[in-house]
Design a protein around this ligand. Structure first.
Ligand code: ADP
Ligand code: MG
Length: 301
């Protein structure tokens, strides 16, 4: 499986919601499409799911136009629309029939999919009585019903409370094992736990395509936080004299050590501490938090 988004532009009259956007998703990946509100995430996802046509550009799956490959793609909208009076089973039967799945097939795959999203036992509960997390899991079930190779989810956890968020993140972790995933969110830390790769969109344009570790290293401040016990105080004077150490801030037993190059110096510093038998409590790279990185990216660029 390979999804290719080639130079997609989507205009609504004068408004360009997505501008010359290209990216690829390879089989087995879980990619986060991250951007602030109004960035163009939902528009791009609708183009990918073949809900709306792009003004320019194309989306290919296995090298074929997405409109010919709808069976291979599952879509969870940002605001899934359920009939409150239907039960979970009725909802999936209805939606499955809409997407052309045979009745007999639905009989066997609905229990299977309900169990996959942790809703076994709720098949006869009305959607009206579902929590936010349960509704979202039913939405995921609906998107997976025809066993697509790729599932695209538009802000699957953004509107949920912490419990619902946890439920849905756990389900996505399971689905990830056998389905390629592209999901959007406006909260970078939501994607942190499940996505290996991040594509950042701002004002309809792609501004980043990177991994979490690359993002964190790039934004590291060349500082290392080291906590020691009082019996290792002598080491502090020694650290100050190391040739790769630029500055040391000392607050009791907590040190903030600025080095010349975090990549090459971090292990040298750790080796030095071990060599001096330092009683370490914490040894940690002082990175920007994800929120700080995200704000820098979407505000400054
Ligand atoms: P996001 O999902 O990242 O919040 P959207 O894709 O919903 O962003 O919207 C991107 C931009 O396109 C916004 O400025 C939005 O107002 C505009 N937009 C989205 N859909 C339409 C539409 N149907 N008609 C006109 N403008 C739209
Ligand atoms: Mg949106």
């Amino acid at each position: 499986m390979k999804l290719e988004i080639n130079n997609v532009t989507k205009k609504f009259k004068e408004k360009t919601a997505v501008n010359n956007f290209s990216m690829e998703v390879q089989s087995g990946e879980c990619v986060g499409l991250i951007g602030p509100n109004g960035a163009g995430k939902s528009t791009l996802i609708k183009v990918i799911a073949d809900i709306i046509d792009p003004t320019m550009g194309e989306v290919l799956l296995h090298g074929k136009k997405i409109s010919k490959m709808k069976k291979e793609i599952g879509y969870l909208p940002q605001y899934p629309n359920f009939f409150q009076w239907m039960t979970a089973k009725e909802t999936l039967t209805f939606m499955g029939q809409l997407s052309g799945i045979k009745k007999e097939e639905l009989l066997s795959c609905i229990p299977e999919i309900l169990s996959k999203v942790g809703l076994s036992g709720e098949e006869n509960t009305k959607v009206r009585n579902f929590s936010g997390g349960m509704k979202q899991r039913l939405g995921i079930a609906q998107a997976l019903l025809h066993k697509p190779a790729l599932i695209v989810m538009d802000e699957p956890v953004s509107a949920l409370d912490p419990i619902g968020r946890r439920e849905v993140l756990n389900i996505i972790k399971e689905i990830k094992k056998d389905t390629t995933i592209l999901l959007s969110t406006h909260i970078l830390s939501d994607a942190e736990e499940i996505c290996e790769r991040f594509v950042i969109i701002k004002s309809g344009e792609k501004i980043e395509d990177t991994t979490m570790s690359e993002l964190l290293t790039r934004n590291s401040r060349n500082k290392i936080n080291v906590d020691i016990t009082s019996r290792s105080q002598k080491w502090i004077e020694h650290v100050k004299n190391l040739n790769f150490v630029k500055r040391v801030e000392v607050m009791g037993n907590k040190l903030k050590i600025e080095v010349e190059n975090i990549d090459s110096n971090k292990n040298m510093l750790l080796a030095n501490a071990l060599e001096h038998n330092v009683d370490l409590i914490r040894f940690e790279i002082d990175n920007d938090t994800l929120e700080e990185i995200f704000l820098k990216l979407v505000v400054e660029k």
